[in-house]
Design a protein around this ligand. Structure first.
Ligand code: AHG
Ligand code: MN
Ligand code: MN
Length: 339
């Protein structure tokens, strides 16, 4: 198929609305504006050292992490592009302590947008793939200026979720709860074109993604699971497993969506006050929605991530997601250990 005949993001959104009636004009505008913001972030990322935005911003976010200049720039791009459209009641982000209110002079709408503006930011300065993750919720009715509590909805309530990956090509991956679709940025035309429909994660896999350097801090079921994979052909699993760890969740999840695998960021005892590293609202929930829609599974080891009732905007959770058979197996080890 020539690039000219490929379906654009706009056409896709309109045709989905005709077929399933799930993308009204406001939601379509929201997705198109987020896609445009991701295009701007992609351009900033691609400039590399020429853009003068590598390195740290000398500030800390609410989670005590040093922000990179591009974390701050990406956050600003997403805020700036989305606050005027009239479809949002509020926005929240990894990089802001509290939700960002829509300025008084703009109209408010029915949706909430929560995002990780730049995921994998430790990889920016070394030219490895990074991304943007986002989740769309409905604002509670009758709330004039939604605060944090408005965002605390379980992942099953997501209206849409997606991520952009700034890799060797820039892609946008989306779900509205009717399958997963992938778009590739055509840099000549400046538009996203549909390049993958109804993506499916293979149920079985021989590839895992985990930061092995934390092994000594893991709990027993986690150690057991990984030791069995490492034992390979002569171990209890009877086959060899391969390992990959990009340290950008977006890139690791994108690989799993493409060729299968299991991604794990477990709870560990390095800092017992933290029940995991990844954040529920803007990392675990949107990725779990996408993974489930592609036929995979996503748990905390004990529970389905999408069923969790969030308690805080920046809450962390253990994450096990990807090919169903492996996620179920490692979750079973965790449940058995609890029994
Ligand atoms: P962020 O850059 O948004 O803070 O997220 C980083 C996350 C995630 O992308 C990745 O899977 C994980 O941190 C990597 O953690 P380690 O450095 O501990 O491997
Ligand atoms: Mn992240
Ligand atoms: Mn981030």
């Amino acid at each position: 198929m020539s690039d000219a005949t490929r379906i654009s993001l706009t056409r896709f959104l309109i045709e989905q609305q005709r077929e399933h009636g799930q993308i009204n004009a406001n939601l379509r505008l929201l997705i198109e504006v987020v896609a445009r913001a991701c295009k701007r972030i992609s351009i900033a990322v691609n400039k590399g050292a020429l853009g003068n935005i590598l390195g740290s911003a000398d500030t800390e976010n609410v989670q005590g992490e040093i922000q990179k200049k591009l974390d701050v720039v990406s956050n600003e791009i997403l805020l700036e592009d989305n606050e005027w459209g009239g479809y949002l009641a509020s926005l929240a982000s990894e990089e802001m302590d509290d939700p960002h209110s829509i300025p008084q002079h703009f109209p408010k709408g029915e949706y909430l947008l929560v995002f990780d503006p730049l995921d994998g930011s430790s990889n920016i300065d070394v030219n490895i793939s990074v991304g943007t993750i986002f989740s769309v919720l409905r604002a509670p009715e009758g709330v004039e200026d939604p605060d944090e509590s408005a965002f605390l909805q379980p992942g099953v309530k997501q209206v849409a979720a997606g991520y952009a990956i700034y890799g060797s090509s820039t892609m946008l991956v989306l779900t509205f709860g009717q399958g997963v679709y992938a778009f590739t940025l055509d840099r000549v035309e400046g538009s996203f074109k549909l390049t993958g429909s109804n993506l499916r994660i293979p149920e079985e896999t021989s590839e895992f993604a985990i930061n092995m350097s934390n092994m000594r801090h893991w709990q027993a079921p986690m150690k057991q699971y990984i030791e069995e994979l490492l034992a390979g052909k002569t171990g209890p699993r009877g086959r060899d497993f391969n390992m990959r760890w990009v340290a950008s969740m977006v890139a690791d999840v994108h690989r799993i969506l493409t060729r299968g695998g299991i991604f794990i960021y477990p709870r560990d005892m390095k800092d017992p006050s933290k029940p995991g590293k990844l954040r529920l609202m803007y990392e675990a929930n949107p990725m779990s929605f996408i993974v489930e829609q592609a036929g995979g599974a996503a748990t905390t080891g004990l529970e389905r991530i999408l069923d969790l009732q969030p308690e805080k905007l920046h809450q962390r959770v253990p994450v096990f997601l990807g090919s169903k058979a492996e996620v179920e197996r490692v979750s079973q080890y965790h449940r058995d250990a609890q029994a």
